[in-house]
Design a binder for this molecule. Structure first.
Ligand SMILES: [Ca+2]
Ligand SMILES: [Ca+2]
Length: 251
């Protein structure tokens, strides 16, 4: 009786005699290598999965790489049920569906703690099967990160103020000052300026210590200007997405 392989599962490539294929002159001959595989459940991807405390989920698939002689079950569990769950808990493969990948869903679990992003693993039990090739086979775990959604304060745009500067009369350029509440320095602010309802210029800038950033439209023609803030990014803050009503007529 064959013994189940011990140690970490691995590909068992055995190189057969290379076959030559070609379609006559003008076509490069290709070497075709044949491999024999060691029975193994395959999980992919096995790293880089992301779940979120907001309930966000990710998936990986499980499939066998050789046809078993009996059902093969792989038990799945979470290393930290307070951060993530896994479903189904026991994907099972038969002699018929062994090569159809089964999708496993990993879902984040919420808490109210500012606990940061937490890494956990989907722990894969040894394969259970009457097939000695699979019975007791160790299967690599899947690593996941659950993203924290606590500790994010809300930031908003408190005002958009227009002014002019430059030129003989101090009215050549248009200046638009965007203020944030609370006062946060080094926040990245992106905004689009419209003139008479049509897109004029787009800006991205960084707030100073006073929580404001001033953008300038050089040589601004006459017209009615409005500003639409499209993004505010600040560490530890979540922008509420709103732009206060604003409008400025430049003669
Ligand atoms: Ca958490
Ligand atoms: Ca949390």
């Amino acid at each position: 009786m064959r013994r189940a392989p011990s140690g970490p599962p691995r590909w068992d490539f055995r190189r057969a005699a290379p076959a030559r294929r070609g379609c006559g002159s003008g076509h490069a001959k290709r070497r075709v290598w044949r491999f024999s595989r060691r029975a193994r459940p395959r999980l992919r991807p096995a790293t880089g999965l992301i779940s979120t405390e907001a309930g966000g989920s990710d998936t990986f698939t499980v499939v066998l790489n050789t046809q078993p002689t009996a059902d093969v079950t792989v038990d799945l569990s979470s290393s930290d049920w307070t951060e993530g769950t896994v479903s189904p808990a026991s994907p099972t493969f038969t002699t018929l569906n062994w090569d159809t990948p089964q999708t496993v869903t990993v879902t984040g679990v919420d808490d109210v703690d500012v606990d940061g992003n937490v890494a956990y693993t989907i722990v894969t039990g040894d394969a259970v099967s009457a097939d000695p090739d699979y019975a007791g086979m160790a299967v690599a775990d899947v690593s996941v990160t659950n993203l924290d959604d606590d500790g994010m304060a809300v930031i908003s745009v408190s005002s958009i103020i227009y002014a002019t500067a430059g030129g003989k009369n101090g009215d050549k350029h248009l200046q638009v000052t965007v203020s944030l509440n609370p006062t946060v320095a080094d926040a990245s602010v992106s905004a689009d300026l419209y003139r008479d309802g049509s897109p004029d210029v787009s800006w991205t800038g960084t707030t100073g210590a006073d929580g404001t950033v001033t953008f300038q439209r050089k040589n601004a023609p006459s017209g009615t200007y409005t500003t639409d803030v499209i993004d505010v990014s600040a560490a530890g803050y979540e922008w509420d997405g709103a732009t206060p009503p604003n409008s400025y007529y430049k003669p």
